[in-house]
Design a protein around this ligand. Sequence first.
Ligand code: HEC
Ligand code: HEC
Length: 298
Amino acid sequence: MVLWMALAGGVTAPLGLDSYLPVPEDNPLTAEKAALGRALFREKMLSRDRTVACTSCHVEEKAFSDGKPLAVGIEGRVGTRRSPAIVNRVFGKSFFWDGRAKSLEEQALQPISNPKEMDLSLAEAVERLRESAYAGEFRKVFAREVNGEDLGRAVATYVRTILSGDSPYDKYMAGDSRAISAEAKEGLRLFRGKAGCIRCHVGFNFTDERRHNTGAGKIDAEGLFKTPTLREVARHAPYMHDGSMATLRDVIDFYDKGGKANPRLDAEIRELKLTEGEKRALAAFLESLSGRVSEGFR
Ligand code: HEC
Ligand code: HEC
């Protein structure tokens, strides 16, 4: 069950976003809980050797991605996927590149016990928090002793506050015709028209929240990955679930060729025959989607 909740504390939503945040009924969003989650998101004691925090892989300046093709966790262990940007996840319907987590609460606990990320059992994480100054914070927010579910609830609540909007594109859409260049306007036309990007990158968050096979990366059984938001995309190269494309231009060239042929290629992915100027225009449009990233109601 989902409850539609106005932004807390009189904070107004960034320009361009829906002003209501879908929040689960059993985990209401409060400023105190978000502040606790914010601290936990930066807390290295949640990794076995106390060297890795969520922020090790989700760096604020890179729209909470990390600039690496594949995530690097505890003891330099390299994972199999790229750390995705974390913005506007409150509007998400499923989480991880393959959508395997159905809520942010469920998602938040997985990196802690993942042997390639933080490698700490949930029981041990709870034990460490109970013996720390966090014990009192949890009691204030949840009115009970630290437990795994509340840890997930606090972190998920913070993640819900990470929002991106207020971009040149949003200003343009709100009526400021000079907010983006003529080239970016041409890119927007292509995005909606000839290039067909909008078929999947749709709506104010530029994602249909569904999984598609574009042929990017090594093709496994299904090759299905979730359409990522394109907000802040220019801030967090490299791209795709495996970080296999270094620049936005590489991504555009990939789509221009019709993705990578494979038996399950999505029907919406086909050769585009874009001109050099059209490719540049699409890139200029994508760059206009970088705005202001706010978090923790800051
Ligand atoms: C070692 C690097 C690393 C650490 C540490 C890490 N993450 Fe991630 N994060 C990733 C990777 C890689 C993925 C994608 C994994 C996948 O799709 O299988 C991901 C996915 C996510 C997503 C899903 C985003 C989406 O749109 O689907 C969220 C939210 C997230 N992480 C939050 C967190 C939180 C909260 C923590 C700390 C408790 C954390 N991460 C710790 C690398 C990391
Ligand atoms: C059939 C649906 C679909 C269409 C059409 C589509 N995309 Fe995508 N897009 C995706 C999916 C799914 C991914 C993630 C693929 C992966 O990681 O393997 C993606 C990834 C991306 C990324 C990388 C983002 C990141 O964080 O790594 C960019 C940039 C992008 N698309 C731009 C575009 C542009 C520009 C167009 C039009 C030329 C377009 N897309 C058309 C579904 C689509």
